[in-house]
Design a protein around this ligand. Sequence first.
Ligand code: C2E
Ligand code: SIN
Ligand code: SIN
Ligand code: SIN
Ligand code: FE
Ligand code: FE
Length: 411
Amino acid sequence: MLSKKQKMEKLVDLGIVINQISDLDFMLEKVLTEARHLFSADAGSIYIKTDGKLKFSYSQNHTLQNRLEKGKKLLYTTFSIPIDNNSIAGYVANNGVILNIRDAYKIPRSYPVTFNSSFDTMVGYHTKSMLTLPLTNSRKQIVGVIQLINATDDKGKVLKFSKTDESLVQHFALYAANAIERTQMTRTTIMRMISMAELRDPKETGPHVNRVASYSVEIFEACAKKKKMPQEEIDAKRDSFRMAAMLHDVGKVAISDTILKKPGKFTYDEYEVMKTHTILGAQLFGDAQSKFDEISSIVSLTHHEKWDGTGYPGFIDINTGKSLPGYEDKNGNPRGKRKEEIPLYGRIVAIADVYDALCSSRVYKKAWTEEQVLETLQKDSGTHFDPELIDVFFDIYDVISSVSKLYPDNE
Ligand code: C2E
Ligand code: SIN
Ligand code: SIN
Ligand code: SIN
Ligand code: FE
Ligand code: FE
């Protein structure tokens, strides 16, 4: 059994490990975007091997995207299919072969697979040419499957994928498989670290942490686009921000289990102890070695500040826990940060965290209904939350709600 101090040290090591590495979702997006450009594909999907199945993990569809209003995103979906010969992706993973299909609706009977057109029907898309290949790492293990759909010429005519595409794509697949595997390891490492540190019940923590991170990234992206932040800057920041948001409560590692896991309401004193998780978390990333440390420290420190200045821990010196000079309130305590004094990352995670906490059951409370949660967020806009960000949250609520289904609690 590791002591709290050892756990803290492990978490610091983790911070160093993940500094250089990109996040999985971001990597999938990069891989698929690149693949679609390379092969002029209108659409594509990536399946990742998870628990012995293929998990539909990321997709893009240019045609469907263009049918949406400007600024809208396609909703996230996920499902898993067995690795067997009953689907095209399953067959490719099962046999480690490339399938280059000229027309999904005219697959010859002699072919080992059939096309399932239910997705086309559901979304009103027409799949024709389809190049599906296994993502195999350098140890020859299947990491997933990438599927490119509808090779399109300059005039928008759908062609078949050529043989040259196949060899190019094989080269690309190895690069993609290794990149995906590397980032997958990062995500797994963070999750292991968090559960090793025993932040609550791991069954509760894992999905919560992933959801809070995903909501935060969605809000950030929508807000940044609204403010016309250049896409490269969004991409660069989003990457570190997701991991920082996953670690928003990492300071809870140092809070005793009697408090952390108390099945009822806190006393005043217990709450005061709990509040220090913000400072403890910030200390972990204190001597900001990298952009990632810096963002993680900001998120830990400021995710419980409130727009109207009534949050915690306020203007504090994270090393001494005392008020910063000149920021004492009338009792000599640090005053809460207000409005834009709270960094954007903290204001975003505040919304994501509370939204998720209210939607979930905890040792000390039952889950609220969606209606109650949304009413509360609306009601607390301008007091607890940044009103502009709450507007963004409601603008993209369909996306937020689709993300929540990617990380259900009972997994
Ligand atoms: P958490 O469970 O992740 O909750 C995050 C934040 O969501 C809370 O920050 C609070 O702003 C909001 N929230 C969660 N549940 C409720 C609720 O039932 N009503 C309202 N109005 N807001 C809610 P807060 O209060 O600063 O708490 C920080 C963390 O302290 C919580 O993280 C949780 O781990 C713990 N905590 C807070 N109060 C209690 C309690 O009475 N008992 C126990 N065992 N833990 C508590
Ligand atoms: C992500 O959540 O990082 C990937 C999805 C996206 O924002 O496009
Ligand atoms: C595109 O195809 O241009 C964007 C599609 C997406 O982001 O899902
Ligand atoms: C965590 O420990 O990071 C998840 C618990 C929470 O935020 O309530
Ligand atoms: Fe917190
Ligand atoms: Fe939290």
